[in-house]
Ligand binder design. Structure first.
Ligand code: HEC
Ligand code: HEC
Length: 247
């Protein structure tokens, strides 16, 4: 069998070689490709456009726990090569799952194909991730479509959540210091300027906020922000964020 003939071939290898539970695992991992993939995971140029500032690590841990208490919108990727489906069942193919991120969040024009060198390197990296804590079942991902006003929250808790989940892109609250993408508004000031009391009631404003966090760039909203699922951020935590940002 040819190793690394392409993404599809690599998938087939993984399935054939690591099939039966109890048998010792034999994995073909091309160290050089895996190392290249590891570098790509933390490199914004993976998207092939200077308009992108994100890396895969902006939104995903490779190994669970490596990003400390950061609240990341994407699932940890150790074990992803073995998962039965992706994006909560909306995508069956690993390459397709990655291409959604490259296209919707990282502004890449052309999807990776199975014989793209970078795609193969990324696959080799993901396959090389150790089994400790790796999630080989489908990752839970429940997008929230129906919007409602979250319960009243705790501002202190909201501040911590903001630092763990929002500051990576939006920068520090009030100043925007260390902001990753200039299009992400300084919270809450710049955002409030765009949603003035003359145009929005307080409830409408809260709901627009909830809509953005829940839908990200999807469901007609557009942009480059990832959606936060129910697993990543509960409605109570959304209430905490609102108590901090829009008291
Ligand atoms: C701006 C945030 C963001 C960036 C950048 C990003 N992703 Fe994602 N990714 C997500 C979200 C949100 C999901 C959907 C939730 C989930 O299933 O993890 C997702 C899903 C995935 C999945 C499916 C996981 C699963 O089990 O359902 C894979 C694989 C993946 N991304 C790989 C990558 C790779 C590789 C990169 C870098 C080339 C990348 N992502 C960049 C946010 C991002
Ligand atoms: C991976 C980067 C990233 C993360 C993480 C992120 N945002 Fe954003 N956010 C953006 C970008 C970029 C925009 C500008 C609009 C767009 O491109 O989607 C934005 C816009 C917004 C807006 C304004 C939407 C509008 O229409 O004016 C709100 C509100 C918001 N984000 C809240 C949050 C909150 C709360 C969190 C943390 C739970 C968060 N964001 C995490 C990137 C991010």
């Amino acid at each position: 069998m040819r190793a690394r003939g392409g993404h599809a071939a690599a998938l087939a290898c993984a399935a054939l070689l690591c099939g039966c539970p109890g048998e010792p695992e034999t994995k073909i991992v091309d160290a050089t490709a895996a190392e290249h993939g590891a570098a790509l995971f933390r490199d914004p140029s993976v998207a092939g456009t200077t308009f992108n500032a994100y890396t895969c690590a902006t939104c995903h841990e490779a190994r669970p726990g490596e990003a400390g208490d950061a609240l990341l919108p994407g699932a940890p990727l150790a074990g992803a090569v073995d998962r039965p489906f992706y994006w909560g069942g909306q995508e069956a193919d690993l390459l397709g799952a990655i291409n959604h991120c490259l296209y919707y969040f990282m502004r890449r024009d052309e999807p990776w194909t199975a014989d793209d060198g970078d795609a193969q390197a990324m696959y080799a990296f993901l396959e090389s991730l150790p089994g400790d804590g790796a999630l080989t079942e489908a990752a839970a991902f429940t997008p929230v479509y129906t919007l409602s006003d979250p319960p009243p929250g705790d501002a202190g808790e909201g501040e911590r959540l903001y630092e763990r989940g929002c500051a990576s892109c939006h920068g520090q609250a009030h100043s925007g210091e260390q902001r990753l993408v200039n299009s992400a508004p300084v919270m809450p000031e710049e955002w409030l300027e765009d949603h003035p009391p003359s145009e929005y009631t307080e409830l409408e404003r809260r709901l627009v906020f909830v809509e953005k966090v829940r839908h990200g760039s999807f469901v007609g909203y557009g942009g480059q922000m990832p959606p936060f699922s129910l697993e990543v951020l509960s409605d109570q935590e959304l209430g905490d964020l609102l108590a901090f940002l829009l008291p």
